[in-house]
Design a protein around this ligand. Structure first.
Ligand code: AMP
Length: 125
């Protein structure tokens, strides 16, 4: 079920528990701003999620409330992960689902990194 992005941050969402170490993850990268780990139900040969360490429900919440340094650090972390995974050549796809129409299911901002094959259709029906 997609989340309602107007709801306040839920400290018990799955990614909050992963950040606190209460649930395991298959970690790819971590720094002061971000944690990256493999998606549990991969939809591409490479499917990694990058999440900010701060408590942000969504992309909208993050871009409205996060400090500039957090935003810059998070964006740099995404770039670092894609390079570390050697996806920059021949390329990859980033996706952020936001709210109900975006069909966001976990109420903590996450960037999907898809790689390992070529993608064609931009939006599936
Ligand atoms: P979204 O629909 O954008 O909210 O995507 C949520 C993603 O989180 C999905 O691709 C799920 O497979 C993934 N996911 C859910 N629980 C976990 C988990 N415990 N570890 C890793 N990925 C997860």
């Amino acid at each position: 079920m997609p989340i309602d992005p107007r709801e306040p941050y839920d400290n018990d969402n799955i990614f909050a528990k992963i950040l606190r170490g209460e649930l395991p993850c298959n970690k790819v990268y971590e720094d002061e701003h971000a944690l990256a780990f493999h998606d549990i139900r991969p939809q591409a040969p490479v499917h990694v999620l990058v999440i900010p360490k701060g408590a942000y429900v969504s992309w909208d919440d993050f871009t409205a409330k996060a400090e500039d340094g957090e935003i810059a650090g998070f964006m740099r972390a995404v770039g670092h992960v894609t390079r570390e995974l050697e996806l920059d050549e021949p390329g990859y796809r980033l996706m952020i689902n936001m709210g109900t129409n975006g069909h966001q299911e976990v109420p903590h901002l996450h960037v999907h990194i898809f790689g390992g094959r070529q993608f064609f259709q931009m939006i599936a029906d």
